[in-house]
Design a protein around this ligand. Structure first.
Ligand SMILES: [Zn+2]
Length: 259
């Protein structure tokens, strides 16, 4: 994906598979029938794990850092190889941006207590740092080693050339959408404002794990209304194939279209 002079590439770490109606509580097989293209032949919902590489204007930025080298239902391990396939070494990375600090987005921040991207400035919303680092032992262990190279932001603002952060609270207190722009071109990285494109189409679908489910829903609905019909490509790290799509208005409701 090219946004003017910014290049955006998926960085895969792994894929988790969940029974679809289990991942989205209250949904049934009937609810999923119109969205079968998002499911595997066995009816499982793939949840991609990883992040995005944003390259251009002298920056090599990573937006979210996968789940890390762990096993279990959320298995990762491929992140650094995926970066290498894009010609990027850990030393090349200038900025690591976290849309929020859940474990499946900070996995490669550090490994075994060592900073993975030695030349990078690590960045996240101040509220997520306060919510997770300290109160949450797992996040504290994972993220404390980057504290000396941390710069937090505080709500919506321009962050780097061509990169703005947009506060999108609810999933976590400091959940953020990354807005990439170059000239008149724009694209959005949604973080976990939506875990699956269906959540942009149907306002009622909620995933387990929102810190404030009601606020998460209001944020998601407002964002979906804002981007509907604009033609702006959007992607979520957990979306199938990490592919960008567009949200189109339609008589029967919004439609998600992947080019
Ligand atoms: Zn996530």
């Amino acid at each position: 994906m090219q946004i003017g002079d910014l290049e955006v590439l998926p960085v895969r770490d792994g894929t988790a598979y969940f029974p679809a109606s289990q991942a989205f509580s209250g949904t049934t097989a009937e609810d999923w029938a119109p969205h079968s293209q998002l499911l595997t032949d066995d009816g499982l919902l793939p949840l991609e794990l990883g992040g995005f590489l944003v390259r251009g204007r002298g920056r090599v930025a990573v937006v979210d850092a996968g789940v890390g080298s762990i096993t279990g239902p959320y298995a990762g391990g491929a992140f650094l190889d995926s970066l290498a396939a894009h010609g990027v070494t850990p030393e090349d990375v200038t900025d690591v941006l976290f849309t929020h600090l859940h474990f499946d987005h900070v996995g490669w921040a550090t490994q075994k207590g060592e900073v993975v991207f030695p030349n990078a400035t690590y960045r996240c919303d101040r509220r997520d740092w306060a919510h997770f680092v300290g109160p949450d032992p797992g996040a504290t262990k994972k993220l404390s080693p980057v504290e000396s190279r941390l710069e937090t932001w505080d709500g919506s603002r321009p962050l780097l050339p061509g990169v703005d952060v947009l506060a999108a609270p609810g999933h976590t207190p400091g959940s953020t959408v990354i807005v990439l722009s170059s000239g008149t071109d724009r694209a959005l990285l949604l973080g976990d404002v939506a875990h699956c494109p269906v959540q942009l189409v149907d306002d009622e679908w909620a995933i387990l794990g929102d810190v404030d489910p009601a606020l998460a829903r209001r944020t998601r609905t407002a964002l979906a209304r804002e981007i509907e019909g604009t033609g702006v490509p959007v992607a979520g790290v957990h979306f199938p194939g990490m592919r960008f799509g567009r949200l189109l208005p339609g008589e029967g409701g919004r439609r998600w279209v992947v080019p």
